[in-house]
Write a protein that binds this ligand. Structure first.
Ligand SMILES: Nc1ncnc2c1ncn2[C@@H]1O[C@H](COP(=O)(O)OP(=O)(O)OP(=O)(O)O)[C@@H](O)[C@H]1O
Ligand SMILES: O=C(O)C1=C[C@@H](O)[C@@H](O)[C@H](O)C1
Ligand SMILES: [Mg+2]
Length: 178
């Protein structure tokens, strides 16, 4: 069942947080916010630029405060960035403010889904598979630590993931009526 407050999607790059977040919000008739997109829109610069100019820690500072600002309400689905769980302040905030969903995805599937675009600075150097495997080793315990629900996304359409989430959250999938 859903706790009161926000619904947070966590998981690695390519798990589908942005894709599924938007669809889940539609299905629940909730607002939708994407922390990465909101950081870019409000600052007027893109994430690779922020990593270049401010370093990863500069981006994490922005991410932590944006997450806090966006989640101060209810009936909202919030897609986080893959590394949002790195800050313990953010992990505590998500647990305190709502329901956390971990979109679990194999490294092989993450590689396939992220191969096409260049907007993820952490994947621009070295072999993406190796990077994603190393990131998962560090981060998966953190995703698992805070998750109320875990959903596997490999070999599934976004729609089928959303249907399962609606069932787990005890909400009827309003989009199924159309
Ligand atoms: N269940 C799915 N099946 C097939 N493709 C998917 C699925 N979910 C997402 N995708 C595709 O994978 C790509 C990456 O998805 P998305 O941008 O939603 O990931 P993300 O978790 O938000 O990543 P990031 O942490 O970098 O923001 C997109 O092209 C999207 O269309
Ligand atoms: O996994 C990560 O650390 C990141 C994921 C993306 O969502 C962005 O937040 C950024 O590219 C960093
Ligand atoms: Mg995203």
């Amino acid at each position: 069942m859903m706790k009161s407050g926000a619904v947070f999607l966590v998981g690695p790059m390519g798990a589908g947080k942005s894709t599924i977040g938007r669809l889940l919000a539609e299905a629940l008739r909730f607002e939708f916010c994407d922390v990465d997109r909101e950081i870019e829109e409000r600052s007027g610069v893109d994430i690779p630029w922020i990593f270049d100019m401010e370093g990863e820690e500069g981006f994490r500072d922005r991410e932590e405060s944006m997450l806090s600002e966006l989640s101060d309400g209810s009936q909202v689905v919030i897609s986080t960035g893959g590394g949002a769980v790195l800050r313990s302040v953010s992990r505590k905030l998500m647990v305190a403010r709502g329901t956390v969903i971990y979109l679990k995805t194999s490294v092989e599937e993450q590689v396939r889904r992220t191969a096409r675009d260049r907007k993820r600075p952490l994947l621009q150097n070295g072999d993406p598979g190796t990077t994603l495997r190393n990131l998962m080793a560090l981060r998966e315990p953190l995703y698992e630590e805070i998750a109320d629900y875990t959903v596997l996304t490999d070999n599934r359409t976004p729609k089928s993931v959303v249907q399962e989430l609606c069932e787990q959250l005890g909400a009827s999938d309003l989009s199924a009526q159309y």
